[in-house]
Design a protein around this ligand. Structure first.
Ligand code: NAD
Length: 492
């Protein structure tokens, strides 16, 4: 079998090899999953819940070892890696407790009051395919898998080729927590081969990654008529209103722009600051950016780690260079940090980026943010919405001002006085993108229910809907017309 080599972005050295699974290998994994799934679906929800809560405990207990694996593969700083531990623990707990309520059969109003008793049942889809990216290799491998499993599905996961070891370790932990072996499997390999094979075999496809690949997978899902949700790219705005608490907004912006070296679908890449507070905000933001500690290693005090690869660093650098060549100004950063390793790039603030620069509208997916001063909040909202993407937004200001702005933004999540964590961490609420940022949602009720099929069961008692067998059709029409007229008044 051919293999893929995983290398450390910090040192460039080899971490290990994983199999490059073929389409036939992927079919075998699905066959095993299909064999295991019915027994798992028949396992009481209370038992599945216990396994998820054990997973919650294991992920916290083993965090140090998992943090090492995440950091080795991604080069991210330890604090950003810990965000993934936190996310998975909270997701496991949330859906463990929510599953029984969400999956319970639901009584609904029947066709005819009293005579028709109708309820809606939920059944698992079967085998869910998950294709995940490298930027949050633990979170994005498991946060969709856990609700899919709780709903009684088996899962086949295809992690990114740069970060397979985190996914493999995570699934070992799930097995240790009690998940039957074949109920969740990992197939490592290239997107175009293994990822496509997953899309061709699964009963529901969950994808997190870039918009171009999301579109390709949507075509496969459309052709196969299977359910699909996709969490894609963003070009997320942050608005600073005149009544914002500026020191707090500065700290929030640092976190929102540079967490995980900006390689976060919901991180902020565009800031619109009101002219009344622009000087204060910019002075603080530039100083705080310059004070960030960038580096590799396990030290918890490092603020920002490396990018995922040297190749990605070159892409980020080329976006910045292109903007500067078209007239943008660098306020700080704007350079590679080769003294730290092959894939480090300085946290960067740009201003006056012209609209023909690539990074004006395209996702950089790095530690680069543009700041633009605006004369009014109306202008801020208009410019924030001027994007093909619509994933996340952040608003800094006093409550009423911020809420009014939030309700005008065309994004799936809006965080008030926070960058992204408040909405992402609100697991009871749906999360996802408008426009080119995705289809469907994760989190919330839909984050589990999308992995189920609904079955409506209606039991008719006594009289059939067609009326008494011997009633002439015309008389039936008259009786029913009268009943409908009363029903309009009585039934609401
Ligand atoms: P990518 O789309 O290139 O890769 C993501 C996954 O898709 C990987 O597992 C890859 O192997 C697989 N893949 C690639 N080509 C494929 C194909 N033709 N068929 C099937 N699978 C294929 O994304 P990336 O560049 O690695 O990740 C960064 C992107 O992901 C950014 O755009 C970012 O915004 C987005 N992202 C979105 C979210 C979100 O929740 N909205 C979260 C994280 C990342």
């Amino acid at each position: 079998m051919t293999t893929l080599t995983v290398t450390s972005p910090v040192t460039g050295s080899r971490i290990g090899d994983v199999p490059a699974h073929t389409a036939a290998d992927t079919s075998d994994a699905f066959a095993r999953a299909r064999t295991a799934q019915p027994a798992w679906a028949a396992t009481p929800v209370a038992q599945r819940k216990k396994i998820m809560l054990r997973m919650h405990d294991l992920i916290l207990e083993r965090q140090s070892e998992i943090l090492d694996v995440i950091q080795d593969e991604t080069g991210k700083n330890r604090a950003s890696a810990f965000d993934e531990i936190l996310d998975i623990a909270v997701t496991a707990r949330h859906y463990a407790h929510a599953a029984a309520r969400l999956l319970k059969p639901r009584r609904v109003r029947g066709a005819v009051p009293v005579l028709t008793r109708t309820h809606v049942e939920r059944a698992p889809k079967g085998v869910v395919g998950i294709i995940s990216p490298w930027n949050y290799p633990l979170s994005l491998a498991l946060s969709d898998a856990l609700p899919a499993l709780l709903a009684g599905n088996a899962v086949v996961l295809k992690p990114d080729e740069k970060t397979p070891f985190t996914a493999l370790r995570a699934v070992e932990l799930l097995r240790e927590a009690g998940l039957p072996r074949d109920v969740m499997q990992v197939v490592t390999g290239e997107g175009a081969v293994t990822g496509q094979a997953v899309a061709q075999e699964c009963d529901y496809l969950m994808f997190t990654g870039s918009t171009p690949v999301g579109r390709k997978l949507g075509a496969v899902a459309g052709e196969r008529l299977i359910g699909y949700s996709a969490e894609l790219g963003g070009k997320n705005p942050l608005i600073v209103a005149p009544d914002a608490d500026i020191p707090r907004a500065v700290r929030g912006a640092i976190n929102a722009c540079f967490s995980n070296s900006g390689q976060l679908c919901i991180s902020i890449e565009r800031i619109f600051v009101h002219a009344d507070v622009a000087d204060d905000f910019l002075t603080g933001f530039i100083a705080a950016t310059d004070a960030m500690r960038v580096g590799g290693g396990r030290d918890w005090t490092v603020d920002m780690g490396s990018l995922i690869s040297e190749e990605h660093k070159f892409r980020v650098a080329s976006f910045v260079d292109d903007a500067v060549s078209r007239g943008a100004t660098i306020l700080t950063g704007g350079r590679e940090l080769d003294e730290l390793g092959p894939a480090f790039y300085a946290p960067t603030i740009l201003t006056d980026v012209p609209s023909d620069a690539e990074l004006f509208a395209e996702e950089t997916f790095g530690p680069v943010v543009t700041v633009q001063v605006v004369d009014s909040l109306d202008e801020a909202v208009a410019r924030a919405n001027e994007s093909d993407y619509g994933l996340n937004a952040s608003v800094w200001g006093a409550g009423p001002t911020a809420r009014k702005i939030a309700s005008r933004l065309q994004t799936g999540t809006v965080n008030i006085n926070d960058g992204f964590a408040a909405a992402w961490g609100s697991l009871d609420a749906p999360m996802g993108g408008w426009k080119q940022s995705g289809v469907g949602r994760r989190h919330g009720e839909v984050g589990l229910l999308k992995y189920t099929e609904e079955r409506t069961v209606a039991a008719q008692r006594g009289l059939s809907l067609r009326g008494p067998a011997d009633m002439p059709r015309e008389q039936y029409a008259q009786v029913m017309s009268k009943a409908l007229r009363y029903g309009r008044v009585l039934l609401r």
